[in-house]
Ligand binder design. Sequence first.
Ligand code: SAH
Length: 355
Amino acid sequence: MTELLAVLKKRIRAGGPISVSEYMSACLLHPQFGFYSRQEPFGIDGSFTTAPEISQMFGEIIGLFLAQAWLDQKSPGEFTLAELGPGRGTLMSDVLRSTKVVPGFLEAANVAIIEQSPKLSRRQISSLKNWSATHLELASELPDRPLFLISNEFFDALPVRQFVKRRDSLAEIRVGLIGDRLAPGIAPVAPIGPNRNPTDIPASEVVEVRPSAESVMRPISERIARFGGVALIVDYGDWNIRGSTLQAVCRHGKVDPFAAPGHADISAHVDFGSLAGLAGNAEVTAMATQGEFLMRLGISERARILAKKLCGPALENHLAALGRLTDPDAMGSLFKAISLYPRHAPAPPGFTGGR
Ligand code: SAH
Protein backbone atom coordinates (compact mmCIF):
# COMPACT_ATOMS: atom_id res chain seq x y z
CA MET A 1 0.00 0.00 0.00
CA THR A 2 1.34 3.47 -0.83
CA GLU A 3 1.85 5.90 2.06
CA LEU A 4 -0.65 8.34 0.56
CA LEU A 5 -3.25 5.60 0.18
CA ALA A 6 -3.06 5.02 3.94
CA VAL A 7 -3.43 8.78 4.64
CA LEU A 8 -6.44 9.07 2.31
CA LYS A 9 -8.18 5.98 3.71
CA LYS A 10 -7.88 7.42 7.21
CA ARG A 11 -9.26 10.77 6.01
CA ILE A 12 -12.20 9.13 4.22
CA ARG A 13 -13.01 6.81 7.15
CA ALA A 14 -13.09 9.85 9.46
CA GLY A 15 -14.85 12.41 7.29
CA GLY A 16 -16.51 10.56 4.40
CA PRO A 17 -15.77 10.61 0.66
CA ILE A 18 -13.63 13.49 -0.67
CA SER A 19 -14.06 15.49 -3.89
CA VAL A 20 -12.06 14.51 -6.98
CA SER A 21 -10.23 17.84 -6.63
CA GLU A 22 -9.20 17.10 -3.02
CA TYR A 23 -8.02 13.72 -4.23
CA MET A 24 -6.04 15.15 -7.16
CA SER A 25 -4.51 17.83 -5.02
CA ALA A 26 -3.33 15.28 -2.43
CA CYS A 27 -1.95 13.01 -5.20
CA LEU A 28 0.15 15.80 -6.67
CA LEU A 29 1.08 18.10 -3.82
CA HIS A 30 0.71 16.28 -0.47
CA PRO A 31 3.72 17.71 1.41
CA GLN A 32 5.35 14.32 2.00
CA PHE A 33 3.75 11.80 -0.32
CA GLY A 34 2.49 13.85 -3.29
CA PHE A 35 3.82 13.01 -6.75
CA TYR A 36 5.60 16.37 -7.13
CA SER A 37 6.90 16.30 -3.54
CA ARG A 38 8.41 12.82 -3.58
CA GLN A 39 10.49 12.33 -6.65
CA GLU A 40 11.83 13.55 -9.94
CA PRO A 41 8.82 12.93 -12.15
CA PHE A 42 10.08 14.28 -15.48
CA GLY A 43 12.20 13.02 -18.32
CA ILE A 44 12.99 9.70 -19.88
CA ASP A 45 13.71 8.10 -16.46
CA GLY A 46 10.69 9.67 -14.80
CA SER A 47 6.98 9.15 -15.27
CA PHE A 48 6.37 11.40 -18.22
CA THR A 49 8.21 13.64 -20.68
CA THR A 50 7.11 17.18 -21.44
CA ALA A 51 7.82 19.22 -24.58
CA PRO A 52 10.79 21.21 -23.18
CA GLU A 53 12.39 17.92 -22.09
CA ILE A 54 12.00 16.51 -25.62
CA SER A 55 13.97 19.24 -27.38
CA GLN A 56 15.62 22.59 -26.69
CA MET A 57 13.79 23.88 -29.79
CA PHE A 58 10.51 24.15 -27.85
CA GLY A 59 11.96 26.68 -25.37
CA GLU A 60 13.94 28.48 -28.07
CA ILE A 61 10.84 29.11 -30.15
CA ILE A 62 8.92 30.27 -27.06
CA GLY A 63 11.82 32.60 -26.20
CA LEU A 64 11.58 34.21 -29.62
CA PHE A 65 7.78 34.42 -29.26
CA LEU A 66 8.22 36.36 -25.99
CA ALA A 67 10.92 38.63 -27.39
CA GLN A 68 8.84 39.44 -30.48
CA ALA A 69 5.80 40.28 -28.32
CA TRP A 70 8.06 42.47 -26.14
CA LEU A 71 9.41 44.32 -29.21
CA ASP A 72 5.86 44.70 -30.62
CA GLN A 73 4.83 46.36 -27.33
CA LYS A 74 7.68 48.91 -27.61
CA SER A 75 10.12 47.09 -25.31
CA PRO A 76 8.80 47.85 -21.78
CA GLY A 77 11.68 48.95 -19.52
CA GLU A 78 11.24 46.63 -16.52
CA PHE A 79 9.05 43.55 -16.70
CA THR A 80 8.41 40.21 -15.03
CA LEU A 81 9.43 37.14 -17.03
CA ALA A 82 7.43 34.41 -15.31
CA GLU A 83 6.64 30.73 -15.64
CA LEU A 84 3.83 28.75 -14.02
CA GLY A 85 4.93 25.34 -12.69
CA PRO A 86 8.38 25.15 -14.34
CA GLY A 87 9.10 21.47 -13.50
CA ARG A 88 12.89 21.11 -13.83
CA GLY A 89 13.32 24.66 -15.12
CA THR A 90 14.30 23.48 -18.61
CA LEU A 91 11.83 25.66 -20.54
CA MET A 92 12.86 28.85 -18.74
CA SER A 93 16.58 28.03 -19.20
CA ASP A 94 16.05 27.60 -22.95
CA VAL A 95 14.05 30.86 -23.10
CA LEU A 96 16.83 32.73 -21.29
CA ARG A 97 19.53 31.30 -23.57
CA SER A 98 17.66 31.95 -26.80
CA THR A 99 16.73 35.56 -25.95
CA LYS A 100 20.35 36.64 -25.32
CA VAL A 101 20.46 37.75 -28.95
CA VAL A 102 17.65 40.31 -28.41
CA PRO A 103 19.23 43.58 -27.25
CA GLY A 104 17.76 44.88 -23.98
CA PHE A 105 15.32 41.99 -23.38
CA LEU A 106 17.16 40.18 -20.58
CA GLU A 107 18.42 43.42 -19.02
CA ALA A 108 14.78 44.43 -18.49
CA ALA A 109 13.58 41.01 -17.26
CA ASN A 110 12.99 40.00 -13.62
CA VAL A 111 12.63 36.21 -13.61
CA ALA A 112 9.86 34.75 -11.42
CA ILE A 113 8.70 31.17 -11.00
CA ILE A 114 5.30 30.23 -9.62
CA GLU A 115 5.51 26.82 -8.01
CA GLN A 116 3.83 25.03 -5.10
CA SER A 117 6.14 22.06 -4.69
CA PRO A 118 8.98 23.09 -2.31
CA LYS A 119 11.16 20.33 -3.73
CA LEU A 120 10.71 21.43 -7.34
CA SER A 121 11.06 25.13 -6.52
CA ARG A 122 14.50 24.44 -4.98
CA ARG A 123 15.43 22.56 -8.12
CA GLN A 124 14.20 25.40 -10.37
CA ILE A 125 16.03 28.10 -8.38
CA SER A 126 19.25 26.10 -8.68
CA SER A 127 18.92 25.48 -12.43
CA LEU A 128 18.24 29.22 -12.89
CA LYS A 129 20.94 30.30 -10.42
CA ASN A 130 22.53 32.85 -12.76
CA TRP A 131 19.26 34.74 -12.99
CA SER A 132 18.36 35.27 -9.30
CA ALA A 133 14.85 34.04 -9.96
CA THR A 134 12.16 34.94 -7.43
CA HIS A 135 9.97 32.09 -6.21
CA LEU A 136 6.25 32.85 -5.75
CA GLU A 137 3.65 30.41 -4.49
CA LEU A 138 0.70 32.20 -6.03
CA ALA A 139 0.07 34.15 -9.24
CA SER A 140 -1.56 36.87 -7.10
CA GLU A 141 1.94 37.68 -5.72
CA LEU A 142 3.15 38.83 -9.17
CA PRO A 143 4.36 42.43 -9.02
CA ASP A 144 2.46 45.31 -10.64
CA ARG A 145 4.43 45.72 -13.85
CA PRO A 146 4.38 44.35 -17.43
CA LEU A 147 4.19 40.56 -17.40
CA PHE A 148 5.57 38.14 -19.99
CA LEU A 149 4.46 34.70 -18.80
CA ILE A 150 4.66 31.14 -20.07
CA SER A 151 3.08 27.90 -18.94
CA ASN A 152 3.40 24.38 -20.30
CA GLU A 153 1.44 21.49 -18.82
CA PHE A 154 0.54 23.57 -15.76
CA PHE A 155 -3.25 23.90 -15.96
CA ASP A 156 -3.72 20.15 -16.52
CA ALA A 157 -2.27 19.63 -13.03
CA LEU A 158 -4.78 21.98 -11.36
CA PRO A 159 -7.40 19.81 -9.66
CA VAL A 160 -10.84 19.32 -11.20
CA ARG A 161 -14.18 18.69 -9.53
CA GLN A 162 -16.49 16.32 -11.38
CA PHE A 163 -20.28 16.42 -11.53
CA VAL A 164 -22.90 14.24 -13.12
CA LYS A 165 -26.57 14.83 -13.83
CA ARG A 166 -29.03 13.18 -11.44
CA ARG A 167 -32.65 13.85 -12.39
CA ASP A 168 -32.80 17.65 -12.85
CA SER A 169 -29.79 18.67 -10.81
CA LEU A 170 -26.09 17.92 -10.66
CA ALA A 171 -24.50 15.60 -8.12
CA GLU A 172 -20.80 15.56 -7.32
CA ILE A 173 -18.55 12.58 -7.95
CA ARG A 174 -16.55 11.91 -4.78
CA VAL A 175 -13.81 9.47 -3.94
CA GLY A 176 -14.75 6.95 -1.24
CA LEU A 177 -13.88 3.41 -0.23
CA ILE A 178 -15.23 0.14 -1.52
CA GLY A 179 -13.88 -2.34 0.98
CA ASP A 180 -10.21 -1.44 1.09
CA ARG A 181 -9.99 0.20 -2.33
CA LEU A 182 -10.45 3.84 -3.35
CA ALA A 183 -13.29 4.28 -5.81
CA PRO A 184 -15.32 7.15 -7.25
CA GLY A 185 -19.00 7.32 -6.37
CA ILE A 186 -21.89 9.73 -6.67
CA ALA A 187 -22.65 11.90 -3.65
CA PRO A 188 -26.03 13.52 -2.94
CA VAL A 189 -26.79 16.80 -4.73
CA ALA A 190 -23.79 19.12 -4.97
CA PRO A 191 -23.89 22.18 -2.69
CA ILE A 192 -22.09 24.39 -5.27
CA GLY A 193 -22.34 23.10 -8.80
CA PRO A 194 -20.69 24.20 -12.03
CA ASN A 195 -22.02 27.26 -13.73
CA ARG A 196 -24.10 25.33 -16.27
CA ASN A 197 -27.78 24.75 -16.63
CA PRO A 198 -28.43 21.05 -15.88
CA THR A 199 -31.05 20.89 -18.64
CA ASP A 200 -28.25 21.50 -21.23
CA ILE A 201 -26.27 18.49 -20.01
CA PRO A 202 -27.01 15.00 -21.37
CA ALA A 203 -27.88 12.31 -18.81
CA SER A 204 -24.82 10.65 -17.24
CA GLU A 205 -22.34 13.05 -18.90
CA VAL A 206 -19.55 14.00 -16.50
CA VAL A 207 -18.91 17.75 -16.21
CA GLU A 208 -15.47 18.88 -15.04
CA VAL A 209 -14.67 22.24 -13.49
CA ARG A 210 -11.33 23.57 -12.37
CA PRO A 211 -12.02 25.89 -9.43
CA SER A 212 -8.43 27.12 -8.90
CA ALA A 213 -7.94 28.23 -12.54
CA GLU A 214 -9.60 31.54 -11.70
CA SER A 215 -7.12 32.44 -8.95
CA VAL A 216 -4.33 32.01 -11.53
CA MET A 217 -5.97 33.54 -14.61
CA ARG A 218 -7.37 36.67 -12.92
CA PRO A 219 -4.11 38.14 -11.56
CA ILE A 220 -2.31 37.33 -14.82
CA SER A 221 -4.92 38.90 -17.09
CA GLU A 222 -5.23 41.94 -14.80
CA ARG A 223 -1.45 42.60 -14.97
CA ILE A 224 -1.46 42.19 -18.77
CA ALA A 225 -4.50 44.43 -19.28
CA ARG A 226 -3.13 47.17 -16.96
CA PHE A 227 0.62 47.10 -17.54
CA GLY A 228 1.08 45.22 -20.83
CA GLY A 229 2.77 41.94 -21.66
CA VAL A 230 1.66 38.54 -22.89
CA ALA A 231 0.79 35.09 -21.48
CA LEU A 232 1.30 31.90 -23.46
CA ILE A 233 -0.62 28.85 -22.27
CA VAL A 234 0.29 25.49 -23.80
CA ASP A 235 -1.40 22.34 -22.58
CA TYR A 236 -3.27 19.27 -23.68
CA GLY A 237 -6.99 19.79 -24.08
CA ASP A 238 -9.44 21.58 -26.32
CA TRP A 239 -11.81 24.55 -26.56
CA ASN A 240 -14.70 22.65 -24.93
CA ILE A 241 -14.13 19.56 -22.84
CA ARG A 242 -16.92 17.03 -22.47
CA GLY A 243 -16.98 14.02 -20.17
CA SER A 244 -14.42 12.73 -17.68
CA THR A 245 -10.80 13.26 -18.74
CA LEU A 246 -9.12 12.36 -15.45
CA GLN A 247 -6.04 10.28 -16.19
CA ALA A 248 -2.93 9.00 -14.47
CA VAL A 249 0.44 8.25 -16.02
CA CYS A 250 3.22 6.23 -14.43
CA ARG A 251 6.49 5.32 -16.18
CA HIS A 252 5.14 6.62 -19.50
CA GLY A 253 2.01 4.43 -19.43
CA LYS A 254 -1.60 5.08 -18.39
CA VAL A 255 -2.70 3.61 -15.05
CA ASP A 256 -5.91 3.59 -12.97
CA PRO A 257 -6.07 7.07 -11.33
CA PHE A 258 -7.27 5.54 -8.03
CA ALA A 259 -4.83 2.63 -7.80
CA ALA A 260 -1.61 4.14 -6.45
CA PRO A 261 -2.10 7.74 -5.28
CA GLY A 262 1.12 9.76 -5.20
CA HIS A 263 2.93 7.34 -7.52
CA ALA A 264 1.43 8.51 -10.80
CA ASP A 265 1.04 11.90 -12.44
CA ILE A 266 -2.65 12.69 -12.31
CA SER A 267 -4.16 15.31 -14.61
CA ALA A 268 -7.24 16.25 -16.64
CA HIS A 269 -7.65 17.90 -20.07
CA VAL A 270 -7.62 21.68 -20.12
CA ASP A 271 -10.75 23.47 -21.30
CA PHE A 272 -9.27 26.45 -23.18
CA GLY A 273 -12.72 27.99 -23.62
CA SER A 274 -13.09 28.21 -19.82
CA LEU A 275 -9.60 29.72 -19.44
CA ALA A 276 -10.39 32.32 -22.12
CA GLY A 277 -13.58 33.15 -20.18
CA LEU A 278 -11.40 34.12 -17.19
CA ALA A 279 -9.27 36.60 -19.19
CA GLY A 280 -11.21 39.67 -17.97
CA ASN A 281 -10.01 42.81 -19.74
CA ALA A 282 -7.17 41.11 -21.59
CA GLU A 283 -7.58 40.05 -25.23
CA VAL A 284 -7.34 36.34 -26.09
CA THR A 285 -6.08 34.91 -29.39
CA ALA A 286 -7.82 32.14 -31.29
CA MET A 287 -6.61 28.72 -30.14
CA ALA A 288 -3.83 27.10 -32.22
CA THR A 289 -2.55 23.55 -32.09
CA GLN A 290 0.98 23.18 -30.73
CA GLY A 291 2.09 22.03 -34.19
CA GLU A 292 0.64 25.10 -35.92
CA PHE A 293 2.09 27.45 -33.32
CA LEU A 294 5.61 26.02 -33.52
CA MET A 295 5.56 25.80 -37.33
CA ARG A 296 4.35 29.38 -37.76
CA LEU A 297 7.22 30.52 -35.55
CA GLY A 298 9.80 28.71 -37.65
CA ILE A 299 10.64 25.48 -35.80
CA SER A 300 11.45 23.75 -39.12
CA GLU A 301 14.11 26.34 -39.94
CA ARG A 302 15.54 26.08 -36.44
CA ALA A 303 15.56 22.27 -36.77
CA ARG A 304 17.41 22.51 -40.10
CA ILE A 305 20.12 24.74 -38.60
CA LEU A 306 20.64 22.43 -35.61
CA ALA A 307 20.63 19.37 -37.90
CA LYS A 308 23.69 20.67 -39.80
CA LYS A 309 25.89 19.96 -36.76
CA LEU A 310 24.50 16.47 -36.15
CA CYS A 311 24.89 13.01 -37.66
CA GLY A 312 24.06 9.37 -36.89
CA PRO A 313 21.81 8.64 -33.88
CA ALA A 314 21.99 12.26 -32.66
CA LEU A 315 20.52 13.45 -35.97
CA GLU A 316 17.85 10.74 -35.85
CA ASN A 317 16.88 11.74 -32.30
CA HIS A 318 16.74 15.38 -33.30
CA LEU A 319 14.41 14.71 -36.23
CA ALA A 320 12.27 12.39 -34.10
CA ALA A 321 11.95 15.17 -31.50
CA LEU A 322 10.75 17.62 -34.16
CA GLY A 323 8.14 15.04 -35.19
CA ARG A 324 7.01 14.43 -31.60
CA LEU A 325 6.49 18.13 -30.99
CA THR A 326 4.69 18.94 -34.24
CA ASP A 327 3.11 15.85 -35.87
CA PRO A 328 -0.67 15.72 -35.59
CA ASP A 329 -0.54 12.10 -34.43
CA ALA A 330 2.05 12.93 -31.72
CA MET A 331 1.83 16.10 -29.57
CA GLY A 332 1.15 18.41 -32.53
CA SER A 333 -2.62 18.45 -32.32
CA LEU A 334 -3.42 17.02 -28.86
CA PHE A 335 -1.64 20.02 -27.35
CA LYS A 336 -3.08 23.48 -27.92
CA ALA A 337 -2.03 27.05 -27.24
CA ILE A 338 -3.72 30.37 -26.56
CA SER A 339 -2.26 33.71 -25.68
CA LEU A 340 -3.46 36.71 -23.64
CA TYR A 341 -2.38 40.21 -24.62
CA PRO A 342 -3.48 43.80 -23.98
CA ARG A 343 -6.27 45.39 -26.01
CA HIS A 344 -4.87 47.74 -28.63
CA ALA A 345 -1.54 45.86 -28.75
CA PRO A 346 -0.66 43.80 -31.85
CA ALA A 347 -1.71 40.13 -31.55
CA PRO A 348 1.26 38.00 -30.49
CA PRO A 349 3.13 36.02 -33.18
CA GLY A 350 2.13 32.43 -33.99
CA PHE A 351 -1.62 32.98 -33.66
CA THR A 352 -4.30 34.10 -36.03
CA GLY A 353 -7.22 36.37 -35.14
CA GLY A 354 -8.94 37.11 -31.82
CA ARG A 355 -11.29 34.89 -29.88
N1 SAH B 1 6.15 23.06 -17.10
C1 SAH B 1 6.98 21.91 -16.81
C2 SAH B 1 6.39 20.95 -15.78
C3 SAH B 1 4.95 20.57 -15.91
S1 SAH B 1 4.39 19.57 -14.55
C4 SAH B 1 7.36 21.20 -18.10
O1 SAH B 1 6.77 21.52 -19.13
O2 SAH B 1 8.22 20.33 -18.07
C5 SAH B 1 3.42 20.68 -13.57
C6 SAH B 1 4.20 21.69 -12.76
O3 SAH B 1 3.27 22.52 -12.07
C7 SAH B 1 5.11 21.12 -11.67
O4 SAH B 1 6.23 21.95 -11.55
C8 SAH B 1 4.21 21.19 -10.44
O5 SAH B 1 4.89 21.14 -9.20
C9 SAH B 1 3.53 22.52 -10.67
N2 SAH B 1 2.25 22.69 -9.98
C10 SAH B 1 1.26 21.80 -9.90
N3 SAH B 1 0.19 22.33 -9.25
C11 SAH B 1 0.53 23.60 -8.95
C12 SAH B 1 -0.14 24.68 -8.30
N4 SAH B 1 -1.36 24.54 -7.83
N5 SAH B 1 0.52 25.86 -8.18
C13 SAH B 1 1.78 26.01 -8.65
N6 SAH B 1 2.46 25.01 -9.28
C14 SAH B 1 1.85 23.83 -9.41
